[in-house]
Design a protein around this ligand. Structure first.
Ligand code: TTP
Ligand code: MN
Ligand code: MN
Ligand code: MN
Length: 439
């Protein structure tokens, strides 16, 4: 009828930053298939630079924005970003309910690659080498890596592969907020990443921080980490100094996945959090959290007291992802539990040890206030949204967008923003809510 005529063909703006893309949409049947193709291309080519993978992703992203379930190929006629290959896939799904190419891709090799790249720090290149060695399971990879470094990794493998819940992110935010406000009253903390876009689960917890007074944020992160360390909740991590300088606003870096990395001071690490906080909402300092000592937060509205920070001023030497200390704790605890055991514990045994915490990946990022709203857009993502909005800025406006700011390459000037809405205004875009950026 009329309705289907209006949808036949349908028109959408070219760039994902010009249209809403939500987690729930009408075309999962198609986007699932296209994202398997994307995933396969990333694993086969190079996870950071696969133009085939990006083409599948862009097509999937268009279908996520369609305000109705796709029922005929003619509806696609006026849509950009859907190439011939993707059209064949979509047509087959329309006709047969599934696409034979996608079914065939999900073979042994693919499944092995998915399993191996799910290990923290293992990319497609290493995974391929392991498959060439004839390994096909985590167990075989474990038997092939028995050094103490690896034993530690294996012990936390299942923790890090258990999805993080929103409640856990809020819990960590409360703890970080309490410590942060003590060091730097007036600090602004924001959960970013997938949770800000409305996801209920994620692979890590991303927290962006700033302070409205210029310069107050300098040196703050080391002091925060020192306090978290003293609470005994840090397993390991890597503090990266800021490498920002103003000419980075204008530098015309490539828009590859790697080119999206920013220059903020940040800590990428692993934190212990009570197992109970994924089951029940975070609570006060009574009861079962005593073993990680530290989780004595009083809620998000705790009053911030300025304190002397002299004890925390020493530079901290964080070993990049050195899990050893915590691991040795675990092992000695385990040996006490299994009195009389002479054998080394297997990684599986270690993982099953009686403990009331779980290891979680956390990213802490600090931005100067004059870059904060650009940092917020960048760290909210998603990654595909960032690619798209940056390409749009470059191609349509002649502007360079990054997490540090927006620079007009024609007028040779930076465009500051005092809110996320202003970031969109500066880009001549209609504002999109974080949950509309799930490309
Ligand atoms: P991630 O934490 O890697 O991703 P995420 O939070 O969107 O998803 P997950 O639930 O799996 O954690 O990165 C946080 C944000 O940082 C992401 O939304 C966009 C941005 N980002 C990039 O722009 N490029 C990148 O290469 C990465 C890793 C992140
Ligand atoms: Mn994340
Ligand atoms: Mn990941
Ligand atoms: Mn992250």
């Amino acid at each position: 009828g009329n309705d289907s005529n209006r949808r036949n063909p349908f028109i959408l703006p070219e760039y994902a930053c010009q249209r809403a893309t939500c987690l729930k949409h009408y075309n999962h049947k198609f986007t699932r298939a296209l994202e398997i193709l994307q995933n396969h291309a990333e694993l086969r080519d190079n996870e950071h630079d696969s133009s085939r993978a990006l083409a599948f992703r862009r097509a999937s992203c268009v279908l996520k924005s369609l305000p109705f379930p796709l029922t005929s190929m003619s509806q696609l006629k006026k849509l950009t970003n859907i190439g011939d290959h993707c059209k064949r896939v979509i047509q087959e799904i329309l006709e047969d309910g599934e696409c034979s190419e996608v079914t065939k891709l999900q073979d042994d090799w693919f499944h092995k690659m998915v399993v191996f790249t799910s290990i923290f720090g293992i990319g497609s290149a290493t995974a391929k080498k392991w498959i060439e060695k004839g390994w096909s399971t985590i167990k075989e990879a474990q038997e092939g890596h028995i050094s103490s470094d690896w034993r530690v990794k294996w012990a936390f493998h299942s923790d890090l592969n258990t999805p993080v819940k929103l409640q856990e992110a809020q819990y960590i935010q409360q703890i970080v907020r309490k410590e942060a406000e003590t060091i730097l009253p007036g600090i602004i903390l924001q959960i970013t990443g997938g949770f800000r876009r409305g996801k209920e689960e994620g692979h890590d917890i991303d927290i962006l921080m700033t302070h409205p007074e210029d310069g107050k944020e300098v040196g703050f992160l080391a002091r925060l980490l020192h306090r978290l360390q003293n609470k005994g909740i840090i397993l390991c991590g890597n503090l990266e100094k800021s490498t920002y300088s103003d000419d980075m606003l204008t530098l015309d870096s490539k828009l590859s996945a790697k080119g999206q990395l920013d220059h903020f001071e940040k800590w990428l690490g692993i934190i212990k959090i009570p197992q109970s906080c994924s089951e029940t909402p975070a609570r006060d300092d009574s009861g079962s959290l005593s073993n990680i000592g530290s989780c004595d937060h009083k809620g998000i509205n705790s009053v911030a007291h300025p304190t002397s920070n002299t004890a925390s001023e020493q530079p901290l030497n964080y070993q990049p992802f050195n899990l050893h200390e915590s691991f040795e704790d675990l092992e000695s605890k385990a040996k006490k539990q299994k009195l009389g055991t002479e054998n080394e514990l297997s990684p599986m045994e270690l993982a099953k040890l009686d403990r009331n915490w779980i290891a979680r990946r956390v990213d802490l990022i600090v931005s100067p206030y004059n870059q904060y709203f650009y940092a917020l857009v960048g760290w909210t993502g998603n990654k595909q949204f960032n690619r798209d909005i940056r390409t749009y800025a470059q191609k349509e406006l002649g502007m360079k967008l990054s997490s540090h700011g927006l620079y007009d390459l024609n007028k040779n000037c930076a465009l500051p923003a005092r809110s996320e809405k202003e970031v969109f205004e500066n880009l001549k875009l209609q504002y999109l809510e974080p949950w509309e950026r799930n490309c």
